[in-house]
Write a protein that binds this ligand. Structure first.
Ligand SMILES: [Zn+2]
Ligand SMILES: [Zn+2]
Length: 228
């Protein structure tokens, strides 16, 4: 009898939050498959593209300051539902599921293109942090922090400006709202990975990229759970 077969009865099972089937994580394998859209993406900002194109119109017109963005899923349907449960209903089992998927994706990125010197989660304003009680992006990095040696740097960059909820704003308003929202200590990393839960226009992550590049970082990529 293999190790897994012997241990399987001991692994606590739970109901999938989407279909109520029993599962190791709170999202079962078959629901997970429905989250994965094998879309053709912009090589720069990870937005969905028609195949044949490498970059979206907006990156061609104005390239973002991060080198390349990666996403686990598209922000739609089941995935939007899971993100909502994680962010607003504080269902931490969903965060745990995403944290394991982030770890898998991180391993693939490192195998592909080498180690990052640090991972920097998008900082919340002190006010937002008080309201919510925790920075949900740190939850997403829990498994990476435990299983790898990469530095998860939560102190070098601060959110110095509380912004309005960006979801209510258009692209130009988001850019204005987020401008100079972060401040950073000098950093000596060559390459960092910036992390957030959802990337919509990319305005926040681009502003964070601007801040870290000004503070001594040589290049940065982006990893998110979902790309809207
Ligand atoms: Zn399910
Ligand atoms: Zn793009």
């Amino acid at each position: 009898m293999g190790l897994y077969t012997r241990l399987a009865p001991l692994i606590p099972k739970q109901s999938c939050v989407l279909c109520a089937e029993y599962s190791v994580f709170c999202v079962c394998e078959s629901c997970e498959k429905s989250l994965q859209v094998n879309a053709h993406r912009c090589h720069s900002c990870a937005t969905e593209l028609n195949s044949g194109l490498h970059f979206c119109g907006s990156c061609l017109a104005h390239a973002p300051l991060f080198a390349k963005a990666y996403t686990l899923y598209d922000y739609s349907g089941y995935c939007a539902n899971l993100i909502k449960r994680f962010k607003f209903d504080q269902q931490l089992c969903v965060g745990d599921f995403f944290a394991h998927k982030f770890y898998d994706k991180y391993q693939m990125l490192v195998a592909d293109q080498g180690e990052y010197d640090a991972i920097i989660p998008l900082p919340l304003s002190p006010q937002r942090l008080r309201e919510r009680g925790y920075n949900q992006t740190h939850e997403l990095l829990r498994v990476i922090a435990k299983k790898t040696n990469v530095v998860v740097d939560q102190t070098s960059v601060e959110r110095t400006k509380a912004t309005r909820a960006l979801s209510t704003l258009d692209l130009q308003e988001r850019k204005t709202e987020i401008k100079n929202a972060f401040s950073a200590k000098p950093m000596t990393y060559n390459k960092v990975l910036l992390v957030d839960d959802v990337m919509t226009t990319g305005a926040s992550l681009n502003e964070l990229a601007k801040t870290v590049l000004k503070s001594g970082v040589k290049s940065c990529d982006v990893l998110v759970v979902a790309r809207a």
